[in-house]
Design a protein. Structure first.
Length: 436
């Protein structure tokens, strides 16, 4: 098992940096690995996830899955790999009751509902926790599973779900929800009959989950499209697998944003340009140039970034996880840019922290109007969530003076050694341990 979480009082200190240079290797995706871990509930055997990021959310998910009966251990990556290996043993002794104190800590806890209902016919779990971006209801998850025959009792504290064996159904989402697609998918692979998910999410992390499930023996058609057709099989026909976690496209974008703001040229190894197409296109509009090969992306900064207008949309649009980085970049770009948030209405809560650094940002409903300034100025700021915390670190690298970022435990939930990787590129950044 990995070590305990980072102390709450730790701080990241950043100061004027650049130009950056060198190579940074990006590990597996937070938004994929947690769902792959949950998929191990579907069949007995020994699973190994390689290229897994060393982040706190993996530890929380491991604790949650061990509480319901899985055995989980961690080991270092093999030579030439990054991250870590996660070994998961499912011996079939599963209790489908997720402890409140664990489920409440992580949004991905909701991904236990589909596989536990599908295989065991019941689930009791707290309402999922995680970062607070405003309303992120799970109604779509529950309605989809109800269409397959499940019944739920929902209270302010949690969810109790029951069913006989789930039955295939046609489920047409109002919105291409990633979490709901994952949950219905993991329930449908062991349901009786055929399930069709229309308006399914198409993110690379969904494709990664489908790849692992197919390796286990699940029957899924339409992978990578908005219509998934799943033919259910008996759980006993499935087998455990070894699977490599897809590269984290948001971590890759973070290092691109850092070189864009600090200047220089950096190779982001293992970044998959096909998974980042729209973002790379918009970054090109800002003046960044890219050299793309089969194993990474080299990003070179312009003399000054140009302002653009950006809207977040479901994949293949610009992901909402990129938005804090884009707002930080626009804060020092030439001109005025408008960023529109179409997915999570509460996800501008970090703007006040950027203002403390001298950013000129006005919020108008779900729009942020960002007027570029000549330079930011270092100040104490607080990381409100994973991606916004990383954006504040990157902003601190191009600010004049010292920027102190507190509440960095948020960053540790999703970033594998952000400070070390930035420092390896020449960034002036360090971590101050609590009490030191």
């Amino acid at each position: 098992m990995s070590d305990a979480f980072s102390p709450v009082g730790d701080m990241i200190v950043a100061s004027t940096s650049g130009p950056l240079s060198g190579e940074v290797i990006v590990p597996g995706a937070k938004n994929s690995v947690l769902k792959l871990m949950a998929a191990a509930l579907l069949a007995d055997g020994k699973y190994v996830l390689t290229n897994a990021p060393i982040i706190d959310d993996v530890v929380i998910m491991a604790d949650l899955l061990m509480a319901v009966g899985l055995q989980i251990s961690f080991s270092p990556a093999s030579p030439g790999e990054v991250g870590q290996h996660i070994e998961i043993v499912n011996n079939g002794a599963i209790t489908p009751v997720a402890p409140f104190e664990l489920a409440d800590r992580i949004r991905a806890s909701v991904n236990l509902v589909g596989p536990l209902l599908g295989r065991f016919g019941e689930i009791s779990i707290a309402l999922p926790g995680g970062d607070d971006f405003g309303g992120r209801p799970i109604d779509m998850h529950l309605r989809g599973l109800e269409a397959m025959g499940a019944t739920f009792d929902v209270t302010p504290d949690g969810i109790v779900g029951r069913c006989a064996r789930l039955s295939g159904a046609v489920i047409d989402f109002d919105f291409p929800s990633v979490g709901a697609t994952e949950n219905i998918l993991m329930a449908a692979v062991v349901a009786d009959g055929t399930t069709v998910i229309k308006n399914a999410a198409r993110e690379p992390e969904i494709v990664d989950l489908c790849s692992m499930l197919r390796g286990m023996g699940c029957r899924i058609d339409g992978v990578g499209t908005s219509t998934l057709t799943i033919t259910g099989v008996e759980p006993r026909s499935l087998q455990a697998v070894t699977h490599e976690v897809v590269t984290d496209r948001v971590q890759a974008a973070t290092y691109i944003a850092a070189v864009a703001m600090c200047g220089g040229s950096v190779r982001v190894s293992r970044a998959n340009a096909e998974h980042m197409g729209m973002m790379l296109s918009r970054f090109t509009d800002m003046g960044i140039t890219f050299a793309i090969d089969t194993d990474g992306i080299t990003a070179t900064a312009p003399q000054q970034l140009a302002s653009i207008d950006v809207s977040t949309l479901p994949y293949p649009g610009v992901a909402t996880d990129y938005k804090p980085l884009i707002v930080a970049m626009l804060s020092v770009a030439n001109g005025v840019g408008i960023v529109t948030e179409n997915l999570y209405p509460g996800r501008f809560r970090y703007v006040e922290e950027l203002r403390k650094l001298g950013a000129d940002i006005t919020i108008d409903g779900h729009h942020a109007v960002v007027r570029g300034v000549k330079h930011l100025v270092g100040a104490p700021v607080v990381a409100p969530d994973i991606r916004a915390g990383a954006a504040l670190v990157v902003a601190g690298l191009c600010a004049q003076g010292i920027t102190e970022i507190s509440d960095v435990f948020h960053i540790d939930r999703g970033y594998d050694d952000l400070v070390g990787r930035l420092a390896s590129l020449g960034a002036s950044v360090s971590r101050i341990q609590a009490g030191s």
